[in-house]
Ligand binder design. Sequence first.
Ligand code: PMP
Length: 351
Amino acid sequence: MSKFFSSKYASLVPYTPGEQPRDMQYIKLNTNESPFPPSPKAMAAAAEAAKGLQLYSDPTAQKLNEAMAAKYGVSTDEIIMTNGSDEVLNFAFMAFCDETHPAVFADITYGFYSVFADINRIPSTVIPLREDFTLSIDDYIAAKGTVFIANPNAPTGLLLPLSEIERLLQSDPSRMVIIDEAYIDFGGKSCVPLIHKYDNLLVTGTFSKSRSMAGARLGFGVANKELIRDLNTIKYSTNPYNVNSMTMASGIGCLSDEDYTRENCEKIISARAYTMQALREMGFTVTDSRANFVFARHPAIAGEELYLKLRQKGILVRHFTSPKIADYNRITIGTMEQMQVFVQTVKEILK
Ligand code: PMP
């Protein structure tokens, strides 16, 4: 820390992203990216948009908003487009939390929530998951504050039914609920249609996973227009040009190629079923993941040891050191071929 660093942030512990090593070619199963390239339509649109980079991007993201509105069955003023969904999540912490509205989230969930709370100096209430990593909605109904739930959750992959989310939304209409649907396209049912029923719901999503655009940084929030206006107040007070023109164009290109996205999701879902079954046959405990990753532990090998041995053999998975999940690894689902190599390698390590 330099002597100039503000004391406001002296104790801030930043989020640690998964490794992006450049030293060799890994089978990269550690950051929940898609193994498939972006849609050719997304790539072509980005290249075309590069010709106009001398101009600022459209701060209203109008054309992309129109394509999103058509896709999600909402109107353009019920959407905000952001620089990854990390940005809309940060905006939500800024807009909907304060001293009297602490951020409420699970002990085992997306690690950025606690960082967003800290950097914005928002108090937080952390609610432990049950022993089996399931989430009890009653705990959240009983807590005071703005609730953040990843659905499916990360890194467990467990999915809450919409009826449970509705129970939370109904329990206190004066409480904001943010549902982070980064992984919803891999087998979950989205809450987006509920925004017309509940004015205390914000749903966030991303193009980073099912749409193969992690490097483009494109995320979004969907909610009633008053909430979107609040998020825009934050956006226009930080970075009006938060989504660059190439990303905006590639988002539109991607949305025009829904068959491609759907086919890729189906491939991931089949490779996930194959991986879960193979791991269970080897004696792993595997959570019932509905995301593009699985979460698994083996009684005969520590989580960290397996992670390191896989790394030596050129396969990267994600290991978290927090004690409750240190036995586990989170394994992103790649192509079927990659998962066959992964399974074979794990078999060799266990021998
Ligand atoms: N939510 C969850 C649960 C995530 O795992 C991630 C990805 N790390 C994000 C949000 C943010 O993803 P992005 O900023 O790429 O949209």
